[in-house]
Design a protein around this ligand. Structure first.
Ligand SMILES: CC(=O)N[C@H]1[C@@H](OP(=O)(O)OP(=O)(O)OC[C@H]2O[C@@H](n3ccc(=O)[nH]c3=O)[C@H](O)[C@@H]2O)O[C@H](CO)[C@@H](O)[C@@H]1O[C@H](C)C(=O)N[C@@H](C)C(=O)N[C@H](CCC(=O)O)C(=O)O
Ligand SMILES: Nc1ncnc2c1ncn2[C@@H]1O[C@H](COP(=O)(O)OP(=O)(O)OP(=O)(O)O)[C@@H](O)[C@H]1O
Ligand SMILES: N[C@H](CCC[C@H](N)C(=O)O)C(=O)O
Ligand SMILES: [Mg+2]
Length: 492
């Protein structure tokens, strides 16, 4: 593609050099730039891309997009724009030929439940032969492709490339998690959503957004970005039981589909029954009523199911099709996932790393009536500090015994994170062990018949970040190894 085509949608653009230059790619990270690429200089939290122009040129960048005056090198084309972040979303979209206009794109936002809900939507659509791609916390996948995710919502350069490749692979639906960071940083500016889904909003990420209000506002961007188009209707799927939904309904002209347990919801669950082997409920919708039976456990998963069902109703799926698809749902890696080696107690690995999710997962485990409920939990470093004592209080209140331990300490002192969590506690039914492996092992060694151990915080993660080092670590693996060491054998 020629540079002039790439910058065609931009306003107030000033080019020094040849607009006929052929461009081979576009990125904002000098470390991944290749010959003939456009390098876009964006300012980040720690660094400024304008400082990396020499490295980008060294790696072969031929076009540099800037928002400030920079020293110019001969033979290089410079594109000056008012905002590189805003320009980038338009250029990247154009470079990949507006892939999201060729996909039916469903975005899911909310503090908890995004991964679960996107996976459920994917399952509902693929079960009925619609080729579907998913982008989220665990991985990026579509028929014939799978890659581990680096971020929940990739930066626009990667995101639009994935969408482009999905279109090339004849994918019909794109289902993605849209984090508040991504919305705030404009990572999805170039995306044309058909449907936007809101799960819930509770405390997290205050390190980044500072206040709950700012956090809630960031999520509203998905709904204000949705707009409406009578030729191609748009849908906002909102949780009727979350107070933030009213604000989101107010900023979109898309058609509303509300879901929840309360009477005003259009898509509603009643007669919920939760057991250790699954959950059932009566599903009431504007197109009829049916009974849903699922292996997923917990009231929060009823919400996730309602959100996913609401998102596919505009796609023409009947309730019979929805019901049939949900019966085959297996659950999502690291979300209430059990480790079973034949031991007489349950070991549950769950990605709960926020106050609300921890409360939900412990309440769900309690509903299964364990003899004792044991919790292993920590909080991530370099993330929202204010949630630490709150999560500790929840664990202390809801579990019979708690092992406080490290999550991903990152560059913080693990012992100091534990102190943030437990410093104010007066209860005695807990212990703090910095080493997560030792904490999991002790919890398992101390468990008795009928107990449930919930190992919270890391779910599917197969690593631990201590300092800046990322090493292999897997809660399920550690738990399984300990069970084997204790003599449990799955086949016996
Ligand atoms: C706050 C945030 O989202 N930061 C992301 C952002 O980093 P940044 O803009 O601060 O980048 P920076 O390091 O200051 O660098 C500035 C610029 O210089 C460039 N640079 C830098 C160094 C270099 O050698 N060459 C170079 O060109 C960078 O590419 C960048 O364009 O852009 C980087 C890639 O371009 C991301 O890796 C980085 O994510 C960090 C690692 C991160 O952890 N983000 C988390 C908080 C995040 O986004 N999480 C959300 C939410 C998850 C949830 O809901 O739970 C997610 O969507 O994953
Ligand atoms: N609808 C929900 N409401 C509250 N808690 C939930 C809900 N769904 C899942 N959870 C809890 O939150 C944890 C994370 O769920 P999930 O991975 O689906 O959320 P997420 O929004 O994708 O999280 P992240 O922002 O980290 O990507 C689960 O392990 C479970 O404990
Ligand atoms: N996407 C979330 C994941 C947190 C997972 C938890 N294990 C932690 O490391 O805090 C974040 O980056 O805040
Ligand atoms: Mg997720």
């Amino acid at each position: 593609m020629k540079l002039k085509e790439l910058i065609q949608p931009l306003l107030f653009v000033n080019v020094t050099g040849d607009v006929e230059t052929e461009v081979t790619g576009i990125h904002n990270d000098s470390r991944v730039v290749e010959a003939g690429n456009v390098f876009v200089c964006t300012k980040g939290a720690n660094m400024d891309g304008h400082d990396y122009i020499p490295q980008a040129i060294e790696r072969g960048a031929t076009v540099i997009v800037v928002e400030q005056e920079v020293e110019q090198v001969e033979g290089i084309v410079y594109v000056h724009v008012p905002s590189t972040v805003r320009a980038a979303s338009l250029m990247v979209d154009r470079f990949y030929s507006s892939p999201t206009s060729k996909l039916k794109l469903i975005g899911v936002t909310g503090t908890n439940g995004k991964t679960t809900t996107t996976n459920l939507i994917e399952h509902l659509l693929t079960f009925h032969q619609h080729a579907t791609g998913v982008i989220g916390t665990i991985e990026i996948r579509y028929p014939g492709f799978q890659e581990e995710a680096k971020l929940t919502t990739p930066v626009c350069y990667d995101l639009q490339r994935y969408f482009h490749n999905m279109v090339e692979a004849d994918v019909e639906y794109g289902v993605m998690e849209v984090s508040s960071h991504a919305l705030h940083l404009g990572r999805v500016h170039g995306c044309q959503f058909k449907t936007a889904v809101f799960t819930n909003l509770t405390q997290d990420h205050l390190d980044y957004h500072k206040t709950m209000d700012a956090y809630g506002q960031a999520k509203s961007l998905l709904f204000s970005q949705l707009g409406n188009d009578y030729a191609q209707p748009k849908y906002a799927v909102l949780n009727a039981d979350d107070p933030w939904s009213e604000a989101y309904a107010g900023v979109t002209s898309a058609q509303l589909i509300t879901y929840g347990l309360s009477e005003q919801a259009l898509v509603r669950a009643t007669d919920i029954n939760i057991t250790a082997s699954g959950t059932s409920f009566s599903l009431q919708t504007p197109i009829g009523t049916t009974t849903i039976q699922t292996s997923l456990i917990g009231k929060f998963n009823v919400y996730n199911l309602l959100a996913a069902i609401s998102a596919v109703l505009p796609e023409g799926l009947t309730l019979e099709q929805v019901k049939a698809a949900i019966e085959g749902v297996k659950g999502v890696a690291g979300r209430f996932e059990t480790v079973q080696q034949g031991q007489p107690f349950a070991v549950v690995v769950d990605y709960a790393h926020t106050p609300d999710s921890l409360e939900n997962v412990l309440n769900t485990a309690r509903q299964l009536e364990p003899r004792k409920l044991i919790c292993v939990v920590g909080c991530g470093g370099d993330r929202d500090r204010t949630k630490r004592p709150i999560m500790a209080d929840i664990a202390i209140q809801l579990a019979d015994y708690v092992y406080f331990t490290s999550d991903n300490p990152r560059t913080e002192d693990p012992a100091a994170i534990l102190e943030d969590m437990t410093g104010h506690l007066s209860a005695e039914h807990y212990t703090s062990i910095v080493d997560r492996k030792a904490a999991i092992e002790q919890a398992i060694a101390g468990a008795g018949e009928g107990d449930i151990i919930v190992i919270a915080g890391k779910g599917h993660e197969n690593y631990q970040i201590i300092g800046t080092e990322k090493t292999h670590f897997d809660d399920k693996e550690v738990a399984r190894d300990k069970l084997i060491e204790l003599g449990y054998n799955a086949s016996s």
